[in-house]
Design a protein around this ligand. Structure first.
Ligand SMILES: C[S@@+](CC[C@H](N)C(=O)[O-])C[C@H]1O[C@@H](n2cnc3c(N)ncnc32)[C@H](O)[C@@H]1O
Length: 291
């Protein structure tokens, strides 16, 4: 691959030094998503605009789905496929993208949020897919940092002493769901495994893959499904015939994998939710679009 960086090089031109300005990125996801990629949207826009040909975008580790939603709203792709393995997260997308979004929008809007009512919903053991979708949204809004894994807990005092209501914006959530409904015809959601879905499309040249896997230490706390085989993901990504963008924390391990699979990369600074500045690494089949 041309312009390959060795793991020891840190050439300035391979790096963007400015933190991306996210003020131009509308919040379209009903989720608060830890590790969400809203901040990367200006870069994703450039990547998707590299050719004018008809394209399908696949987001195999969809999470909060901000990349898919942006592509759908801004017509950056003709078809969009989202994939997510976590059954709690997947239920939300199943209902919004493939199912009865109105039910979920109304349920959120009309729900009387008290600790008691929330517990009744969260503690119910067997849930229909719609109930699961609502339960996930509720948990995502009333648990610390939006973290819905086992071991996370409900907000006690919240912002301005508003307790569990401090992140519950029923009208905004309803409106976001209804807005997504407008772009549903070009979207598809799959509850499933990223590897299996990428394997199916790996020879398709018209598919753009935006790959944002869970990674290392942070992933353990944030996601129920945090353990994936990163080496295998690099191997599979390197076989994709279409365009791809693979994102990770910038670590020696990841640089090592990029070098091993002969994949070119760039780094980009970002601020975490705790305002710590760190670098993210972007791996792609080409960087003609990167300016
Ligand atoms: C880093 S997050 C994606 C965040 C997303 N880009 C956003 O902006 O919200 C990774 C997601 O991959 C999901 N996941 C983990 N293993 C998976 C697998 N094998 N297949 C599909 N999804 C998986 C996790 O549940 C998590 O939601």
């Amino acid at each position: 691959m041309d312009g390959q960086l060795s793991i020891f090089e840190t050439k300035q031109e391979k790096t963007t030094s400015k933190v991306v300005n996210v003020s131009s990125v509308p919040q379209r996801s009903p989720f608060r998503y830890p590790g969400g990629k809203t901040w990367l949207i200006p870069v994703v826009r450039k990547w998707l605009k590299q050719s004018k040909e008809t394209k399908t975008l696949i987001e195999p580790f969809a999470g909060g789905g901000i990349v898919s939603l942006t592509a759908a709203f801004e017509s950056l792709a003709d078809k969009i496929v989202m994939v997510e393995l976590d059954h709690e997260v997947a239920a939300v997308w199943e209902v919004i993208v493939n199912g009865d979004h109105n039910w979920l929008a109304d349920k959120i809007y009309s729900f009387d949020l008290t600790s008691e009512n929330a517990n009744l919903i969260l503690k119910k053991e067997v849930k229909t897919i719609k109930e699961q979708a609502f339960s996930t949204i509720l948990k995502n809004r009333i648990f610390h940092g939006g973290i819905i894994t086992k071991g996370s807990g409900q907000i006690k005092n919240g912002e301005n002493g508003k307790g569990i209501k401090s992140r519950w914006y029923p009208k905004t959530l309803r409106d976001r769901i209804l807005a997504v409904a407008h772009v549903k015809p070009k979207m598809k959601f799959i509850t499933g495994d990223a590897f299996a879905e990428l394997e199916k499309i790996k020879n398709d040249v018209n598919i753009y893959s935006f790959i944002d896997p869970p990674y290392t230490v942070a992933g353990r706390r944030l996601y129920t499904h945090f353990e994936i085989d990163h080496d295998a993901l690099f191997a599979l990504t390197s076989q994709l015939k279409g365009k791809f963008m693979l994102t990770y924390d910038d670590t020696e391990e990841i640089r090592g994998l990029a070098v091993r699979y002969n994949l070119d990369f760039r780094t980009i600074p970002m601020k975490t939710t705790h305002h710590i500045q760190k670098n993210e690494i972007i791996i792609s089949d080409n960087f003609d679009w990167w300016k």
